[in-house]
Design a binder for this molecule. Structure first.
Ligand code: MTE
Length: 299
């Protein structure tokens, strides 16, 4: 398959063409509802190549398998993904523990070429395959009092050296506000480069939220809970002054210990210059989710 190399994926890239055209027609009349943004190309269109499969699968953060960038590729083979089940609970009409095939069976798998911007100020471009989280949540039947979605990673101490050493307080947990979770850019990825999700990247299913720092994109998910209150999240609870709940990519809000204005593109070569970091990682279409919020205070 040929991957389109654009700075940002557009709905045209992500949606079968017929459906896209249909959406465009719908969008033509949808401006008054504030939905017009979905169908237009977003962000600058500077050409960008996806990183190589090798780069994407050998430079990782997955602390359950160690804190070094090369540790997950070395150690994650031990992750046991057989008979994977995901519990969906909390404020849903259809709670339960579902085999993965049942959780996502019949839902549309889409190609999404997304930038991934880590809070550590490096970035990649990854060609994911995945399902819009919204489709999974719609099937679960979100109840009207739900305001947030909480996620949890598997804990397999026998297979995870980082868990045995207690490098973080496991399970790794993350969360989104419900409107962020329902946004069409938010996917549950099950593969990359048309291969099943490599274990070091979060097999068999992980979250990808491209406008947020990478730590929000939690791997190897075993629980999705619809809740009323903002859930506890791993990095925020560890260092609240350094890692916010929202964690939107924002070049104007520095990490207390380093600038977020620029980033190092992985695979750019030793002498490549740093590139400017873009607000929302270039996904401007999410800006309306944060209207009226002080993004310096709620970073
Ligand atoms: N999920 C879990 N369970 N454990 C982790 O350590 N690291 C996060 C995120 N998801 C992490 C995780 C961070 S900091 C980043 S930048 C991305 O995964 C990295 O994803 P990648 O290795 O696929 O590039």
């Amino acid at each position: 398959m040929a991957y389109r190399c654009t700075n940002n994926l557009t709905r045209a890239d992500a949606t079968p063409r017929g459906l896209f055209l249909n959406r465009r027609q719908i969008m033509a009349g949808a401006g008054a509802l504030g939905l017009g943004g979905l169908a237009r190309p977003v962000g600058a269109q500077e050409a960008l190549e996806p990183n190589s499969y090798e780069e994407i699968t050998t430079y990782n953060n997955y602390y359950e398998f160690g804190t070094g960038k090369a540790d997950p590729a070395k150690n994650a083979e031990a992750l046991d993904t057989t008979d994977w089940q995901v519990t969906v609970d909390g404020l849903v009409d259809n709670p339960g523990t579902y085999p993965l095939a049942e959780l996502i069976g019949g839902l549309a798998v889409e190609d999404r070429i997304y930038r991934l911007r880590c809070v550590e100020a490096w970035s990649m471009v990854v060609p994911w395959q995945g399902i819009e989280l919204k489709d999974i949540l719609d099937r679960a039947g979100v109840q009207s009092n739900a305001r947030y979605v909480a996620f949890e990673t598997a804990v397999q101490p026998e297979n995870m050296p980082g868990v045995r050493r207690g490098v973080l307080d496991f399970p790794y947990v993350e969360g989104l506000r419900l409107d962020e979770a329902m946004h069409p850019l938010t996917i549950m990825a099950t593969g990359l480069y048309d291969e099943p999700m490599p274990k070091q990247n979060g097999a068999p299913i992980r979250l990808v939220v491209p406008w947020k720092y990478g730590f929000k994109s939690i791997k190897s998910i075993v629980r999705i809970s619809l809740v009323e209150e903002e859930p506890v999240t791993t990095w925020n609870s560890l260092a609240p002054s350094e890692y916010g709940f929202y964690a939107n990519v924002n070049p104007t809000v520095d990490h207390p210990r380093w600038s977020q204005a620029t980033e190092r593109r992985i695979g750019g070569g030793l002498f490549s210059s740093r590139q400017d970091t873009l607000m929302y990682n270039g996904y401007d279409e999410v800006a309306s989710l944060y209207e009226g919020m002080d993004l310096k205070a709620q970073f």
